[in-house]
Every structure is written in structure tokens, then in C-alpha cells.
Ligand binder design. Structure first.
Ligand code: SF4
Length: 343
């Protein structure tokens, strides 16, 4: 089971629980609400769907915005889990701590984030950061470890950060890695990733490993298609939108948690709870196409009608989707946003 399916399965389980909870109140449930704190990162990984990089603008979610989003959403929905994403969320450490403390006030059961672990370079900093994260209320942390990330971050730094989080008492520690080229594909990236996860499993026994198949969107569409057969035009539907999981970026754009660049509104212009309550994925001009029969092929046809020259094959459905959306972007202002997510 890949990472997305695992997340959807888990979310469906949570959704059933949430529906029971919702019966006791008038509020509906949101499984997962996440904040994309900034697009800036220490790395420029070849596979990054968010095109995160040290060169991205240093625009961050503002504390006042986060406070407003939380007040609004928790007044109208039950939120099971909040996550802080990037880029690298720990690059703005003090702001991140203030965000976690704010979320903690709302009794949301799970607060987590993924990190590349760059901050484990010095033991003293790793310990200080881990203790502050725990004290603020973080109870789940994921470390991205694979051949892509370890081109930039020495594994020893990640180990220090993992160890510090365990010692600080952060309850759930994930290691998150990605396979390239589909299940069981043999290539240098997957071999390197296996070496990395083997080293970590020899050293630690208190983490959960999450492995997923890389989807070809963002930077992967430019750098990694040679690892796929590129012989077919997949026609499977996109399933992610069935699960209510939302992400808000520094400019207020609201996306599905698992796919950024297709917006359902802007929370700086309209209350987040209204955007979410009015969202009907089947009626959305782009999402409605990718969830319909034929999946992202429907976007491909729309792009071809407007002059797009298709490839003879695509790596996966996300590759079709993101290639077509790159072309269609000028036709869908305020929907195919923000510009920094497009090539
Ligand atoms: S098919 Fe399109 S909408 Fe679905 S996850 Fe892939 S890129 Fe996102």
C-alpha cells in the first residue's frame, strides 16, 4: 500500500470515528488540517512536489492569520489532527513554536510535522529544538529519509535529530521515504534509500516507517521521468479528494492536503470554514475532471484543445495532471495557483 492509500485508508477510519463524534454535536469533521508554513527549504530535492528550495521567497504564514483560521475552523468543525509543512518548517523555529502553542489551546488530539532533520547537525541544538517542540505540544514528527534528501543532509544529522526527539518524549516518530519508479523498481535511488533505511532500522527501534511510491509532479516531472517506462497514458481517477484534508499556504490558498496547486479558495479573502463548507469536489472546474471517469486524461484533452502537444506516454496519472495543468494555468486564474508551484 503506498503512502497516499495508507493515509486515505487511515483517514477513512478516522472519518468513521469522526462521524460518530459529529452525531453528538452539530459540527462536521475534518481529519487533517495543515499549514504550509513556507516554501523555503534547506534543500532542492529532485523529487519535491512543492518545488521547495533555498531560493523560494521567504514568505511565511503570519501568526494573526493562523489564529484567525483556527478560531474560525474549530468553531465550525471538529479537527482531529493539525500538521505543519514546508519547505522545511523548522527554518522558522520560533514562529513554528508559537503556532504549535496556539494549536494546543484548541485540544486538537494530534499535532505533527515532517522535517528533513537538518537541525541535528549539532547535538546541543537538536536537544534544544526537540525539547521546545515537545513542550509546545508536538506529539508526532516525521523525518524524510531517502536518496533524494540524503543528497543534501548527512544521515548522522538526521540520526541526532531522531534521537533527540525520542529522548525529549515526542510520542510518535515516523521515518518517511519514497520509492522511485513504481513498486519493486530497481534503480540507484531505491538502492540508496534501502541502504539508508536499513542503517536506521539497525540503530533505532522506536519509529514507524512510512514508504510511498513517488508521484511525478513538481520537480520530479523535470528530473525523474527517465526512471519510468513512459509508455502509457494512465486513465485512473484521482481518489484523494474524497477525504476532507485541507492545507493553507502563506498566501491563504487552500488546497487538498495531498495535492497542492489546485486551489479551492483563498482564506485571506473568505473565512476558511465557508470555503470548506461550500467545496463540492465534483463541481470544481479542475478537481471535478480528475475525479471523473478517465481521471487526469480529461485535463489532457482540455489542454490539447487549447494547443498543448501531448507526450506519447506519461510516468503516472499525476504526471499527466501536472503537465496539463502547467499548460492550462493561464486559463484558470485563482484556481491553478500559486505561480511558484508551476514550472
Ligand atoms: S492526479 Fe492530479 S490532482 Fe490527483 S494527486 Fe495527482 S497531481 Fe494531484
Amino acid at each position: 500500500m503506498n503512502w497516499i492509500n495508507r493515509k486515505i485508508k487511515k483517514s477513512n477510519e478516522i472519518l468513521r470515528v469522526d462521524k460518530k463524534m459529529s452525531n453528538n454535536t452539530t459540527k462536521k469533521a475534518i481529519n487533517f488540517l495543515s499549514f504550509l508554513t513556507s516554501y523555503k527549504c534547506t534543500n532542492e530535492c529532485k523529487h519535491c512536489a512543492l518545488l521547495a528550495s533555498p531560493n523560494q521567497d521567504d514568505i511565511k504564514i503570519e501568526f494573526g492569520d493562523l489564529k484567525r483560521y483556527l478560531e474560525d475552523i474549530t468553531s465550525n468543525y471538529i479537527v482531529q489532527e493539525v500538521g505543519f509543512f514546508g519547505g522545511e518548517p523548522l527554518l522558522n523555529f520560533d514562529l513554528l513554536i508559537s503556532f504549535i502553542e496556539e494549536v494546543k489551546k484548541y485540544d486538537i488530539p494530534k499535532i505533527g510535522l515532517p522535517t528533513n532533520g537538518y537541525w541535528g547537525k549539532k547535538d546541543s541544538i537538536a536537544k534544544e529544538y526537540a525539547l521546545k517542540l515537545k513542550k509546545a505540544g508536538l506529539n508526532s514528527i516525521g523525518f524524510s529519509v531517502d536518496a533524494f534528501h540524503q543528497e543534501f543532509i548527512p544521515l548522522d544529522d538526521v540520526k541526532n535529530a531522531v534521537r533527540a526527539c525520542h529522548e525529549a518524549g515526542i510520542e510518535i516518530i515516523y521515518l518517511i521515504s519514497q520509492n522511485l519508479g513504481g513498486p519493486g523498481a530497481k534503480n540507484t535511488f531505491n538502492e540508496k534509500t534501502k541502504e539508508i533505511t536499513d542503517i536506521l532500522s539497525d540503530e533505532f527501534d522506536y519509529y514507524q516507517l512510512i514508504t510511498g511510491d513517488l508521484q511525478v509532479k513538481g520537480r520530479a516531472a523535470n528530473h525523474l521521468t527517465e526512471y519510468f517506462s513512459m509508455e502509457t497514458i494512465p486513465s485512473d481517477k484521482c481518489l484523494i479528494f474524497k477525504v476532507p484534508m485541507f492545507m493553507i499556504d502563506p498566501n491563504g490558498w487552500v488546497f487538498h492536503q495531498l495535492c497542492q496547486g489546485i486551489t479551492i479558495g483563498n482564506a485571506k479573502k473568505k473565512p476558511l470554514s465557508e470555503i470548506i463548507s461550500e467545496f463540492n469536489y465534483r463541481k470544481h472546474p479542475i478537481i471535478g475532471k480528475v475525479v471523473a471517469k478517465g481521471g487526469p486524461q480529461n485535463l489532457l484533452e482540455m489542454a490539447i484543445e487549447k494547443g498543448y502537444k501531448p507526450l506519447s506516454g506519461y510516468a503516472d496519472k499525476c504526471h499527466i495532471c501536472s503537465s496539463a495543468r502547467n499548460f492550462l494555468r493561464p486559463y484558470y486564474p485563482n484556481i491553478l495557483e500559486p505561480s511558484n508551484l508551476y514550472l
